[in-house]
Structure formats: structure tokens, C-alpha cells
Design a protein around this ligand. Structure first.
Ligand SMILES: [Zn+2]
Length: 172
């Protein structure tokens, strides 16, 4: 069972089940991205029990360093549903958002973020992200975003992908 402080008490069991289900899809997306030669990062944006968009890292295939999974998911959600649909939504991410993505989630109106691996986990596995924890940025900017990490099991699933990627390509 997915352990997650953010949603405890504020969500029904059904909603928690849905989040757990979506997180499993996040792991599968990250794994598929890795098989395709990309970095194992993914994000799914949900609102009112519906998936608005899915995104995987496309920095290599798109030849664009800003195409992190969250940025791709935001763009897809806007294209498919309009910018307004993101207000109050939840982003479920394979990894804690980097500063660029966290601010993009803020500008999009995303209200809550749930992630698997931490930024520290990514950095420990060779990611070039600046070591600025999302909670620090949220506090500094007084941003109206709730953020939490899924339990150890979810984090471990993503960290395993990080290690596989490093083993295969020598870089995350
Ligand atoms: Zn990012």
C-alpha cells in the first residue's frame, strides 16, 4: 500500500487507491522511457479523478533541455484541456520536481505534487539538478503547493530505474 502523508485524512480510500494506481503507471512510463533511450522520468497530471496528461522526459529526443517530464505533461494538459483545467490539479511525478519544473507547476496552478524518488536520490545517481529541495522553494516563495513523497516502496521502484540507466549508459 502506498504510504503518503499528504493525502492522509484528506482523501477517501478510493482516491488513495486511484493515486496508488496512477503512481504505478508513473513507474511504468519511466521504465518505458528508459527502454526507449530516454532518462527514466515521468509525470501524470490528474484532476477530479481524471488523467489530464502524461509526460515523459524528452530532452534527448526533443533536443531541448527543458523538456522534463513535468514540462511535457503540463504542455500536453494545456493542449488537450486548456490552461484552466490545471487549476487545483495534482501532479504525480517519478521524481521530486527540479526548481524549473516546480515553478512551472506553480504557474500552471497545480495544487499538489506527489513524487517517488527525491531530488537527492536523482543527484546521488548522477542527475545535474541543483540541490534545492522543493520544500525549500515552496517555503521561500510561499507557494500554494502541497508536496509529499510516496512511501519507500514507490521511491525504491524509481531509484532502481535510475541505477539501471546508469549501469546501461553511464549517465542518468
Ligand atoms: Zn524538471
Amino acid at each position: 500500500m502506498l504510504q503518503c502523508g499528504l493525502f492522509e485524512g484528506s482523501m477517501t480510500e478510493n482516491e488513495r487507491d486511484q493515486i496508488a494506481h496512477v503512481f504505478r503507471e508513473v513507474v511504468a512510463l519511466a521504465s518505458t522511457a528508459m527502454q526507449a533511450g530516454q532518462s527514466p522520468f515521468s509525470a501524470i497530471i490528474v484532476a477530479n479523478g481524471q488523467v489530464l496528461a502524461r509526460g515523459v522526459n524528452q530532452t534527448r529526443s526533443g533536443k531541448n533541455p527543458t523538456l522534463h517530464a513535468e514540462m511535457v505533461a503540463i504542455a500536453e494538459a494545456c493542449k488537450a484541456h486548456g490552461m484552466e483545467a490545471l487549476a487545483g490539479s495534482t501532479a504525480i511525478c517519478s521524481c521530486e520536481p527540479c526548481p524549473m519544473c516546480l515553478m512551472a507547476l506553480y504557474y500552471s496552478g497545480v495544487a499538489s505534487v506527489l513524487f517517488g524518488a527525491s531530488l537527492q536520490d536523482a543527484i546521488a545517481n548522477g542527475s545535474g539538478d541543483p540541490p534545492i529541495p522543493s520544500k525549500t522553494l515552496i517555503e521561500l516563495g510561499d507557494l500554494p503547493i502541497e508536496i509529499d513523497q510516496v512511501g519507500d516502496e514507490g521511491a525504491e521502484a524509481i531509484i532502481r530505474l535510475f541505477r539501471q540507466k546508469i549501469e546501461r549508459d553511464g549517465e542518468l
